[in-house]
Write a new protein. Structure first.
Length: 364
């Protein structure tokens, strides 16, 4: 019996961020049943392995990117005709697909990406939509699109780590791509909060703030300006484009994790500028980091304030809660335990693979 063929086109694949980790994890869950093809300009298997820790048992086949060329819609339809499954992360453009089963994976609740004109509805008549969170799903409903939610997978190395024996250093960690558009991770504001924290509370005087994340070529100028603005403060450390192993060790050593995406954004007007789910905070929670996140977007689906982490609505609240928590060891231990349980119960490989198989392999 032949293996089924699965195709993926993600126009943002060069980012290799949380969204890419999510969709590639879905693809990996189907590798036993499917031969994997990715439409891209070059083979980036090594980057996928090193940056995202996603390792396929059989090599991915990278195909000529028919979506970047001036191919007619008829050729694209015919080329996709041999695929049993086809996944597409939309950049707002749509096309007819000849694949047997088609899925649009929705990472960003941006209305501009989902303009369902009559023509687009015709093009997507045989596609099913998948959302990365209930937050994204609810916005799609408002725009006339039904979708199913598939939460991300958190790697086994996180799930199996025993937080009771991990020794923490005096580190506040934040992980997110360095850019200032869309749902910016606002590293500039994190730095301001950190400097204020060190001035207000002696306990944090010897702490370091580590900022880790990916950089695309068009964001290098922003990163350089940000880094140069704070180069005199040796307690602020930048870690761009690091490997998965180095990132894992940062989670392991860090005592606190701060996430401030969506700060001061009007969520009703610009849901796309908030955090749509947040994989990095989930990874931090699994490793015993005391996790703080801005109270907006999809992050509220996974963090319950004062139960498995902390939500804040202002920088003052972030500082106050961080200071208060530093003085309460009993609360710290309870938060860490609850956070770990949240991840194990909802984001393990067992849960994820069962979801994928139920949705994709058994659902008509």
């Amino acid at each position: 019996m032949r293996k089924k063929i699965l195709g993926l086109y993600d126009p943002y694949l060069d980012v290799l961020g949380g969204g890419e980790k999510h969709i590639l994890s879905i693809i990996k869950a189907l590798q036993e049943e499917c031969e994997i093809h990715i439409f891209w300009e070059k083979n980036i298997s090594n980057q996928i392995s090193n940056r995202l820790n996603i390792k396929f048992k059989t090599p991915i086949i990278f195909k000529d990117n028919i979506f970047k060329s001036k191919n007619s819609f008829i050729k694209k339809f015919r080329d996709l005709n041999k695929y049993d499954y086809f996944f597409y992360i939309t950049d707002g453009s749509y096309f007819l697909s000849g694949a047997k089963r088609n899925f649009i994976f929705c990472m960003i609740p941006d209305k501009n990406l989902y303009e369902m004109t009559l023509l687009n509805r015709i093009k997507t008549f045989n596609f099913k939509f998948i959302s990365n969170s209930r937050f994204t799903k609810n916005w799609l409903i408002k725009w006339g699109i039904k979708s199913d939610v598939i939460y991300p997978l958190i790697d086994n190395i996180f799930i199996k780590s025993n937080i009771d024996i991990i020794k923490k250093d005096k580190i506040i960690l934040s992980v997110g791509r360095f850019f200032k558009h869309l749902h910016s991770k606002r590293q500039d504001l994190l730095i301001t909060c950190f400097e204020d924290l060190q001035k207000k509370e002696p306990h944090f005087k010897d702490y370091k703030l580590i900022l880790a994340g990916g950089i695309k070529k068009q964001d290098e100028k922003y990163f350089s300006l940000l880094k140069n603005s704070y180069k005199k403060n040796k307690a602020i450390i930048f870690k761009p484009n690091i490997s998965f192993d180095e990132l894992f060790n940062l989670y392991k050593k860090s005592e606190y994790f701060w996430h401030i995406a969506g700060f001061n954004i009007d969520e009703e007007k610009h849901p796309e500028l908030t955090e749509h789910l947040g994989i990095a905070p989930l990874e931090a929670m699994s490793m015993g980091c005391l996790t703080f996140a801005y109270n907006a977007g999809g992050i509220r689906e996974t963090i319950t304030d004062k139960e498995n982490g902390f939500l804040f609505s202002s920088t003052d609240e972030l500082l106050t809660k961080s200071i208060n928590l530093s003085k309460d060891n009993i609360l710290q231990n309870r938060i860490k335990k609850n956070a770990k349980n949240t991840i194990v119960m909802n984001f393990s490989e067992v849960v994820f693979n069962k979801t994928i198989r139920n949705f994709l392999l058994n659902k008509n």
